[in-house]
Design a protein around this ligand. Structure first.
Ligand SMILES: C[S@@+](CC[C@H](N)C(=O)[O-])C[C@H]1O[C@@H](n2cnc3c(N)ncnc32)[C@H](O)[C@@H]1O
Length: 288
């Protein structure tokens, strides 16, 4: 989600001016740090939830002791213990069961306290996890709550997992699509069953950002800001950013190819030297 911070998430946060925030899935703290900086500037506080904190996250949290409460547990256990918040950054376990139940718990928490439900900003609402589950710890989920999965990669436009695809080191559902599969499906199913009015906006790049705005949180300024994300200028700026990103990946691939070609040539040269030495040795043995 951190790649969305400057151009999209930060302006939403500044415009909505939440006093209480929640971040689900903080990982290295790349998103946490600027969000806590906002808290420091405005006197807001953030509830940070991540059951597997890398040292980098703990270092970020240590810099902002007054601005956060850290919950080193899973979201579905943490949310009911936390007072309602105004805005949630949701980027934890990327599967239907977790996302759907996180939304239920977040909205129930607000309703029980008589508070307005929060704005929720999601990451990974586009490929690869829009319509495919991924499980950080599948063993902790009931078998009914997950799809069959494997540690194999994904390719766009292909449901079956593959050896050469993306995120082969994660526990990915074997198939894409169908009921109760993926982050976006979880959000849509929640919206479909919700009694109130919700606006849901998507930015389908960099794995996708979703912005869920309950009617109670809508303001003209927030609407105008979100509309501006879809303006010609903003979309063109996004195309340039994506093109730069693609160029970096291609440059990286090209330099890896050059490195591999040089290594292969060096190996070929070493092999022919060894072959020549072997032949010399054999000839000298036969001569003696
Ligand atoms: C994709 S990373 C988050 C990236 C981060 N938001 C960013 O923008 O840099 C997902 C994180 O969610 C955490 N996570 C996994 N399951 C979770 C759960 N049930 N509740 C909260 N966090 C969870 C993982 O430990 C991991 O650090």
């Amino acid at each position: 989600m951190h790649r969305f911070w400057n151009r999209f998430v930060k302006p939403i946060v500044e415009t909505a001016a939440p006093k209480r925030l929640m971040e689900i899935g903080a990982e290295f703290g790349w998103n946490t740090a600027p969000a806590l900086e906002y808290c420091r500037r405005t006197g807001a506080r953030m509830e940070v939830i991540d059951p597997a904190p890398p040292p980098a996250l703990l270092e970020v949290l240590a810099r902002y002791p007054a601005e956060h409460v850290y919950h080193p547990i899973k979201s579905l256990e943490a949310i009911p213990r936390i007072e309602p918040v105004d805005l949630v950054l949701l980027d934890g376990d990327h599967n239907w069961h977790t996302v759907y139940n996180e939304l239920l718990a977040i909205f129930r928490r607000a309703a029980d306290a008589g508070a307005a439900p929060p704005i929720v900003i999601f990451h990974d609402i586009a490929w690869p996890y829009a319509r495919r589950d991924m499980y950080y710890s599948p063993q902790d989920l009931d078998a009914m709550a997950r799809h069959p999965y494997a540690d194999r990669g994904m390719l766009p436009g292909q449901s079956e997992l593959t050896e050469n695809g993306l995120n082969a080191n994660f526990h990915n559902a074997l198939h894409e699509g169908g009921p109760r599969n993926g982050v976006l499906t979880g959000i849509e199913d929640f919206i479909g069953g919700y009694g109130g009015t919700l606006a849901f906006h998507t930015l389908p790049f960099f794995n996708g950002l979703g912005i869920l705005v309950p009617q109670e949180r809508t303001t003209p300024a927030l609407e105008a800001l979100i509309d501006s994300f879809y303006s010609r200028e903003s979309l063109l700026e996004t195309v340039v950013t994506l093109e730069t990103d693609g160029m970096r990946v291609r440059a990286d691939l090209a330099s890896q190819n050059v490195r591999l070609t040089r290594q292969a040539e060096a190996l070929r040269r070493a092999k022919s030297t060894i072959d020549a030495l072997r032949a010399e040795l054999k000839a000298s043995k036969q001569g003696s």
